[in-house]
Design a protein around this ligand. Sequence first.
Ligand code: F0G
Length: 434
Amino acid sequence: MHAYLACFQPECGATYDITQVIYTCPRCGGLLEARYDGSPGEPWTLKQVFRERRMSNLPIDQSGVWRYRELFPFLDNAAHIVTLREGQTPLLDAPRAASYAGLHRFTVKHQGYNPTGSFKDNGMTCGASQAVRLGMKRVACVSTGNTSASMAAYASAAGLQPLVFIPNGNIAFGKLAQALEYGGQTLQVEANFDQILALVRRLAERLGIYLLNSVNPFRIEGQKSIVIEMLDQLDWRVPDWIVLPGGNLGNTSAIGKALRELLAWGFIDRLPRLAVVQAEGSAPFWQFMQSEHRGSFPVVEHPETLATAIKIGDPVSWPKALKEITDSGGVVERATEQEIADAKAQIGLCGIGCEPASAATLAGARKLVAAGVIDPGAEVVAILTGNVMKDPDYIYRYHTGQLVAPGQVAIQATFGNPPVVVPNDEDRIAALLG
Ligand code: F0G
């Protein structure tokens, strides 16, 4: 299939060579996406090929991203691929979370099982491979933590130099630690995510650095594999709902694009509905969808949430996300800090665990069931975006009743499980344990 870049704005429609180093449309400033002429092949045959590759020891077959490479054929040379065997993440049944949400069944697609512990690896393997193909030497991103962890790992694995920008004092320690360990030259800027993104976009242009934020269309191509692999694991049965957290809205864009393409190419026969959940203090997309006329986008100047991964007030990909929500008959919900914290503890009690932003899915699903939007019998799959160990500080504070949300609001330890200090005394411990 012939691959090219196209402006996402239908009224512009400009197209560009797939090897051009651009992130937005030079003509109108719109977002760009990778497009392909023709179809990847006969769906039944390709589904068999995807299955057979699970038996292979070839790195690109073992990768849960590149295993599906016919569905994002933007590279012309497999030698450019940098893989850490990303993807291959499990679909897990979470019965306790299901009853918490009022659902008969709740399944999670856990992207926290990725090499650097988040769904960013699905996209980064593609973004980093394109950087290699383009002959770039330095790559950069601004991040609430997970993108930088992933980018540092993939860049270092590929022999590229990773340059990480993060909001000073606002990311989970586990994520910052990863960026350092994976060799990212790390700059903590005294500004918020949205401000730093504008800065990094200018610096990338000025210094010839390749930008690996989700505005990069190849990141989006890779993140399509999250839902492709999910459907493969469901034997290509389409769930009723896919629930995911929304920050910069790159993932919503990727999941929606994948589903539209799979429908057009004959891999599935209907679209699931998307439900995007934002944190109440960082919910510009939710606010936008509430407004009747949907004029200008209501940027949140000072976004706030303890789910720092989705602490974003000016999401770059909202025009794409709007299309995906509209096309899928989807909805946008928001959840409070307390709702996110309690939902997270419930996911933990399933023996699964996730980071705070991921738990917005269960909190949102619960509200949507209560509001009658999601039917209790619906098949619901939530995308858990990050690993439980990304933000241990949050967990300790929650379980010990010390978690405080922005505005000095104390979070109740509804499902708190604090450690108990005991003397080194067998009888007293035996009495305590009963
Ligand atoms: N969940 C986690 C764990 C994330 O790290 C992010 C985004 C999201 C959800 C939201 O996804 O932006 O595609 O809507 N983290 C980015 C970062 C912004 O820098 O790591 P989105």
